[in-house]
Design a protein around this ligand. Structure first.
Ligand SMILES: N[C@@H](CCC(=O)N[C@@H](CS)C(=O)NCC(=O)O)C(=O)O
Length: 214
């Protein structure tokens, strides 16, 4: 690794930070885990609020630099370890679509799905950052139907983000589990990185529950 700054991931089991750990495993990147016990409410206590004032994981320290927000973290990490081939190069024709799907995730998909899950009216379509929930669901589902990955035949870091997110969103029935979506999720969950991280997450989750007295 040309960049020798240490990577520390602030992580809580079975959350959005789980996907970041899966990505790091895919990238074969060295990293240190800093567990945050969400079950005990540690994300809202001073030591973690000093890292991320929003009290949210994932957060990553790269040396002294702080990166929060999944999309920024995925872009940064996949670019940092180019040998894994999970980020199209700057001049690659798929670089733009790759960034599109990452940005779409954070600026359209999550706001739409959270409004949908909380049964909040999106309000005026012209003011909404995503248009309509139905348009978002159709856009994603159509893309996955073309598959097998978001960019076609080759997996990218965007698929780790989307695959892990769609796993819990279909589980909670926020996003429709159509055959193409289910097949896509399975492609990501069958990967050895996902299996390894999910198994470790079970152990961490049980430890955190015990500490929280649950
Ligand atoms: N906008 C953030 C969202 C992160 C987020 O919502 N994380 C959840 C875990 S899945 C969290 O930390 N929740 C703790 C809480 O708010 O109590 C991102 O994309 O990284």
């Amino acid at each position: 690794m040309a960049d020798s700054r240490l990577l520390t991931v602030f992580h809580s089991s079975q959350t959005r930070s789980t996907g970041v750990i899966i990505l790091l495993e895919e990238l074969d990147a060295p990293y240190t885990l800093h567990p945050v016990n969400i079950k005990a409410g540690d994300q809202r206590k001073a030591p973690f609020l000093a890292i991320n004032p929003l009290g949210k994981v994932p957060a990553v320290k790269h040396g002294d630099a702080l990166i929060t927000e999944q999309v920024a973290i995925y872009i940064h990490l996949a670019d940092l370890f180019p040998k894994a081939g999970l980020a199209p190069a700057l001049d690659h024709p798929q670089r733009g679509p790759y960034l599109r799907w990452l940005a779409f995730y954070g600026s359209a998909f999550e706001p739409a799905m959270v409004d949908h899950a909380l049964k909040r009216e999106p309000g005026n379509q012209g003011m909404s950052p995503y248009g309509s929930v139905d348009a978002v669901i159709k856009t994603v589902t159509d893309q996955l139907r073309a598959g097998p990955y978001l960019l076609g035949d080759k997996i990218s870091a965007a698929d780790i983000l989307w695959g892990t997110a769609l796993t819990w969103m279909t589980m909670f029935k926020i996003f429709p589990a159509t055959p193409e979506v289910t097949a896509y999720i399975k492609r990501i969950s069958d990967r050895s990185s996902t299996k390894k991280v999910n198994a470790a997450d079970e152990t961490l989750g049980a430890q955190h529950k015990a500490v929280a007295g649950q």
